[in-house]
Ligand binder design. Structure first.
Ligand SMILES: C[S@@+](CC[C@H](N)C(=O)[O-])C[C@H]1O[C@@H](n2cnc3c(N)ncnc32)[C@H](O)[C@@H]1O
Length: 221
């Protein structure tokens, strides 16, 4: 007899620390991470800016950025990683310290509010990975349309989203274009509904304005 789950059908908060364990196995999440790391490594190696300024929204343990930086020679990276969970933020901070990345600040705070980015914008690289699958469609659109205020001209945004029905990725890609980005890649994660998008900001600079962009709702990534 299957035990009944008293929370069945009710939103259960995700244990984001346990969620990261999937990165240590051969999983779709691991394959997604490797794709994201490859794009980050390419942006960092090809950028002519020094230092390269980075923002990561909902950074988790920052395995994407830090794993990518292990693949490249450059270490002149500065920026802000915003993660609500203090345990995950502490792990990210410890790893930055171990890698000598003293100009990367890890903040335990709400990445959904633009105040989290004051002083870190505009960044050459903005990571929005593991975000768009956990917020409402309206919040995804609001966030994409606000990205020109976080991302420098010619800067890059790397984002992820599952393609489960109803697939929101066609709309997300259109919102990026309408917001002044040019898509440079859109790659499905093999054998999974996941996908990774890469977009370059080719529009005019936009000032950051005080705004709540999103709140996490579901527990899908
Ligand atoms: C799906 S995980 C993605 C982590 C990381 N970006 C990655 O791709 O490996 C989502 C992360 O968002 C964090 N989170 C949830 N709501 C948040 C908020 N309002 N502000 C900052 N982080 C948040 C969770 O704690 C979790 O670490």
């Amino acid at each position: 007899v299957r035990p009944t789950d008293p929370l069945e059908g009710i939103h259960k908060p995700t244990d984001w620390a346990a969620w990261h364990a999937d990165y240590d196995q051969d999983t779709p999440l691991r394959r997604r991470l490797e794709i994201v790391q490859r794009y980050i490594a390419a942006v960092v190696s090809e950028s002519k800016r020094s230092p390269i300024k980075v923002i990561s929204m909902c950074a988790g343990e920052a395995r994407d950025l830090l794993g990518a930086l292990e693949m490249v020679v450059r270490r002149d990276v500065r920026g802000r990683l915003v993660e609500l969970n203090p345990v995950l933020a502490a792990t990210a901070r410890r790893r930055c310290e171990a890698m000598g990345l003293s100009d990367i600040e890890v903040v335990s705070g709400d990445a959904g509010n633009t105040s989290a980015y004051v002083g870190a914008e505009p960044a050459d690289l903005v990571l929005a990975c593991g975000v768009f699958g956990n917020i409402s469609d309206g919040d995804v659109e609001r966030t994409v349309r606000a990205l020109p205020s976080l991302c420098a001209r010619r800067g890059t945004v790397i984002w992820t989203r599952h393609r489960r029905t109803p697939d929101l990725t066609p709309a997300i890609r259109r919102w990026f274009t309408e917001a002044g980005f040019e898509e440079t890649a859109f790659e499905p994660v093999p054998d999974s509904p996941g996908s990774v998008g890469v977009a370059k900001h080719v529009g005019n600079p936009v000032a950051l304005r005080d705004q709540q962009l999103f709140r996490f709702t579901a527990s899908r990534s």
